[in-house]
Design a protein around this ligand. Structure first.
Ligand code: ZN
Length: 207
């Protein structure tokens, strides 16, 4: 029996892996220029990211990237959380996924809901700012509960149904937070990286 609630955390990472591994296959099958045009027609929602990934893979870093994501998926699967940890920051840096000028495509590459991508791009809401946090008390019982959000993801509202359904936000009892920190520790120790802003922060906690 597959419990949808408990696979959401892994399925977002799996979707990213599937796209990247398809791009890897394309990069191996064709010459660089042919591979780029095949990538663009395969990834219509994020064509310039797809081209950049092909470029990167032509320099030989594809297997390393795929290996790290597979490893991240297997660690995350063990914990079986309803929310997705941020993609391994080393991988995101290698694939250039922190460029704000490509925010729209990057949001789609990460399978973020269109409503949230739109708010991010149009209102330039790039952090969990006061307009979101001010409403926290109305959304959860702050004494007992916390919201856990995929690091780097900014929802259009804390109640965005699509974000909840996609495993990008979840409400949990405060005493469950230790478990989330354990996953963060394990990810960071098994897949070390030097991105200063992420460090161990695969999740954001709103309490
Ligand atoms: Zn939304």
């Amino acid at each position: 029996v597959t419990d949808k609630k408990t696979v959401r955390g892994v399925s977002g990472l799996q979707a990213i892996y599937d796209n990247i591994s398809e791009l890897y296959r394309i990069s191996k099958a064709y010459s660089l220029e042919e591979a780029k045009s095949a990538a663009v027609s395969r990834c219509r929602k994020f064509p310039s990211i797809a081209c950049a990934v092909i470029d990167d893979f032509s320099k030989g870093r594809g297997l390393e990237v795929l290996d790290r994501i597979r490893h991240q998926i297997s660690i995350t699967r063990k914990f079986n959380f309803p929310v997705r940890p941020a993609l391994d920051p080393y991988t995101s840096t290698t694939l250039n996924l922190y460029q704000l000028e490509k925010a729209e495509e990057i949001g789609r590459f990460f399978e973020y809901p269109e409503c949230c991508v739109k708010t991010f791009v149009e209102d330039f809401k790039i952090t969990l700012d006061q307009s979101l946090l001010g409403k926290l008390g109305r959304v959860i019982n702050r004494g007992r509960e916390c919201m856990v959000i995929t690091s780097g993801f900014v929802p259009c509202t804390l109640e965005c149904k699509k974000a909840h359904r996609s495993g990008l936000i979840v409400t949990v009892e405060r005493d469950k937070l230790e478990q989330f920190k354990k996953l963060e520790d394990e990810l960071f120790s098994m897949l070390p990286h030097c991105h200063p802003a992420y460090f161990r922060n695969y999740f954001e906690y709103l309490c």
